[in-house]
Design a protein around this ligand. Structure first.
Ligand code: AMP
Length: 215
């Protein structure tokens, strides 16, 4: 099963993706995680994207497609994947379609996370991420038991560089301009399913119900 999670930064895609992965055992492909790892490892890719990401802008489509092309053909994707944060531009959606045609594959569902921008700003400013296992917390809604420490692995919690207020505003502007058009694109293809994302729990349950029912 091939799933795309489409939604603004901070709409809960990452959290829900992890729960789907645990339930149906297909891997998450998160371009954001792959890029942040590249920066941490100071790889060639990391060097290229570091300043772009810290400004809240999008990494060029050709670099993203190199990552995706290499990732979807790995053996762990044989039963599908959950795309989190990709595609993010119409050009990426076209390229994915071309790639899937070559691989004789197709996207089954695009789940669109419905949530207000005011809630997103509140969520992102309070978001803290475990440096070790990647688990997300929120200082207001889901704080860790011990300050700055992951409940699960005791790793250190950090604020993502691009979750700082000025960058958040830029990311939301970029989302509106470059990613929102994908909603219409997938609507027209009849594979877009809106899910209410005010609560990640609800979003996850709605998605699982739809998947269980099948098409
Ligand atoms: P995310 O973790 O999905 O919020 O992504 C963090 C940042 O990585 C974004 O603000 C972009 O700079 C970059 N990024 C992640 N995915 C993509 C993508 N599909 N296309 C372009 N840039 C991306």
């Amino acid at each position: 099963m091939k799933i795309i999670l489409l939604g603004a930064p901070g709409s809960g895609k990452g959290t829900v993706a992890k729960r789907i992965e645990n339930r149906i055992d297909i891997p998450i492909i998160s371009t954001g995680v792959i890029l942040r790892d590249a920066i941490d490892n100071q790889s060639e890719l990391g060097m290229k994207v570091k300043s772009i990401m810290s400004k809240g802008e999008l990494v060029p489509d050709h670099l993203i497609m190199e990552i995706i092309k290499e990732r979807v053909i790995r053996v762990d994707c044989k039963n599908g994947y959950i795309m989190d944060g990709f595609p993010r531009t119409i050009q990426q959606a076209y390229s994915l379609e071309t790639l899937n045609a070559e691989l004789n594959a197709k996207i089954d569902y695009v789940f669109y996370f419905v949530i207000s921008f005011s809630e997103i700003i509140q969520r992102l400013s309070g978001r803290r991420v475990c440096k070790k296992c990647g688990f997300n917390y929120n200082l207001s809604f889901n704080p860790p038991k011990k300050e700055n420490t992951c409940d699960i692995c005791q790793g250190k919690l950090i604020q993502r560089e691009d979750d700082k207020e000025i960058t958040v505003k830029k990311r939301l502007q970029v989302y509106n301009e470059q990613t929102m058009p994908l909603k219409k694109y997938y609507e027209q293809k009849n594979i877009l399913i809106p899910v209410e994302a005010h609560s990640s729990e609800n979003a996850f349950n709605s998605i699982m119900e739809i998947i269980k029912k099948g098409k």
